[in-house]
Design a protein around this ligand. Structure first.
Ligand SMILES: C[S@@+](CC[C@H](N)C(=O)[O-])C[C@H]1O[C@@H](n2cnc3c(N)ncnc32)[C@H](O)[C@@H]1O
Length: 216
């Protein structure tokens, strides 16, 4: 089951469940990353139902997502069905790119980072939030045991056990953020941890001022 299929199936129940599983903290974790974005035009990559919209304030939002079911619930006026790996926008079009809880679901992180770098203007900023495992080994083990039980149970409450098993597995699919973003086309300016045991991370990536996009 791909990330896009999972979210298309649970679109109508996504916000409720996300809120429940994060104990109401998902907005706060988004806000911490949004604080680093410049004003102007912002791409919300993997925007889903538009949960970030209130916190993006008066920025001009372009919401992109491959799931038309998720986008149908997004109140943004500019909604684009598309994938991070192939962004249908011109070079340098955005002042900022925001993405929350998407990276684990991408088909290709290097391709998506290349595309983010291309569509950002020189000096533009990308702010990303996602879930992973806690940095300390013993906390990782504990967390893995916890999500193996909690996520399918939570999924069962909305009739989506398989989908939430996918989420449990996806938490182990990637290395820590310090590695994911280290040698990409954008400068890793900041990494921080949030949430219980630090299983949520935020990163800020910067495109150098006065440069074109870096060729892959
Ligand atoms: C966990 S939801 C997050 C939605 C929203 N960003 C939020 O904060 O609530 C993940 C979203 O990523 C989208 N997605 C999956 N694969 C993607 C891809 N290759 N490119 C962009 N978005 C993708 C899914 O359709 C889904 O809407």
């Amino acid at each position: 089951m791909s990330g896009r299929e999972v979210f298309s199936r649970i679109a109508g129940r996504y916000d409720r469940l996300n809120r429940m599983l994060s104990l109401g903290r998902d907005d706060d974790w988004r806000r911490q990353a949004i604080a680093f974005l410049p004003p102007g035009r912002v791409l919300d990559l993997g925007a889903g139902t538009g949960a970030a919209n209130p916190d993006l304030g008066d920025r001009e939002i372009v919401a992109l997502d491959p799931s038309s079911q998720m986008l149908a619930l997004n109140p943004s006026t500019r909604r684009v069905v598309g994938k991070g790996e192939r962004l249908p926008f011109s070079d340098g079009w955005f002042d900022g790119v925001f993405s929350a809880y998407v990276v684990r679901n991408l088909d290709s992180i290097p391709e998506t980072l290349g595309e983010i770098a291309r569509v950002l203007r020189p000096g533009g900023v990308a702010a990303i939030v996602d879930l992973g495992r806690p940095p300390a080994a013993w906390k990782r083990v504990l967390h893995r045991m916890g999500t193996a039980v909690v996520l399918p149970l939570a999924g069962a409450t909305i009739g989506a056990v398989g989908e939430y098993r996918y989420l449990h597995r996806s938490l182990d699919s990637l290395p820590p953020p310090e590695e994911i973003y280290a040698d990409g086309p954008l400068r890793l300016a900041r990494v921080w941890r949030m949430g219980p045991m630090g299983f949520v991370y935020g990163v800020v990536l910067e495109k150098a001022p006065g440069t074109g996009h870096k060729e892959a």
